[in-house]
Design a protein around this ligand. Structure first.
Ligand code: CIR
Length: 252
């Protein structure tokens, strides 16, 4: 069970952030509304929110997930893999410092939290354009001290690992077709996300609910069939900036 989440409001510079989506410029006011709805959804899931003010110096800073990896017992402050986002992690360090024992990814390591998926006592690390081998090795060294199992998986044609795969709990894993045959996931119950619903692979289990982006009926229905309660959220303005549901919070 999660009890807390850190979120950060989108800044007025949000539209200047990094994007490869070709979906057009986001509407800032709509992004704020969608962010409010996201916060309400987390509250409905039972979380107490720590809401950080927007930081216009960092247009992508609402995507807090990339700046840390958090568990109930400790946190790891990352070193974001795109230079334009380096420094976002400092505000998160400040918030987490009084709450958790912290560890740090250090130069030349880079690592984005979006590349890290936890499934019970196993952490899967996506090696991406953002998360390099040094970052992955540093994270592994820290996690092994706490007896976690680790797998590092190279990814391509995808921003982050969790763009394409997310653990729902109860042995259920939501998975895009490109990851389907990886031996690492053969023991899970795989819920395949069709290519035309690829964005919905970043659905998010929070306590009794699975939060699903609006507009992906097949994936929603497949998750519902597993017995989960669903919260659907419009995510258009975050999708435009390559962000998904998991990216907008750090849950612990
Ligand atoms: C970026 O390119 O870094 C942001 N525009 C999107 C980050 C999304 N974060 C995530 O998937 N964890």
């Amino acid at each position: 069970m999660f009890t807390k989440a850190i979120v950060r409001k989108p800044a007025h510079t949000y539209a200047n952030g990094i994007s490869t989506s070709n979906l057009g410029k986001p509407d800032y006011n709509l992004a704020l509304k969608q962010h409010d709805a996201y916060c309400e959804a987390l509250i409905k899931c039972g979380l107490e929110l720590i809401i950080l003010d927007a930081d216009p110096k960092f247009p992508d800073s609402c995507f807090v997930e990339d700046t840390a990896v958090v568990t109930k017992d400790f946190g790891i402050i990352t070193r974001p893999g795109d230079k334009r986002r380096l420094g976002e992690e400092l505000a998160i360090k400040k918030v987490l410092e009084p709450l958790l024992k912290l560890h740090f990814i250090e130069e030349p390591g880079t690592l984005d939290g979006g590349d890290i998926m936890q499934a019970n006592n196993h952490f899967y690390i996506g090696l991406s354009d953002r998360t390099n081998l040094q970052g992955s090795n540093q994270l592994s060294t820290i996690l092994k001290k706490f007896d976690y199992e680790i797998s590092a998986i190279p990814i391509c044609n995808m921003l982050h690992f969790k763009t394409g795969i997310n653990y729902l709990g109860d042995h259920n894993i939501l998975i895009q077709k490109s990851f389907y045959y990886l031996p690492d996931f053969e023991d899970y119950n795989k819920i395949v996300v069709e290519n035309n619903e690829a964005y919905a692979a970043n659905s998010l289990r929070v306590n009794d609910f699975v939060i699903v982006p609006k507009g992906f009926p097949k994936t929603k229905s497949n998750i519902e069939k597993l017995g989960y309660k669903i919260i659907e959220l419009e995510m258009s303005e975050f999708q435009k900036m390559d962000g998904g549901l998991s990216c907008l919070s750090l849950r612990f």
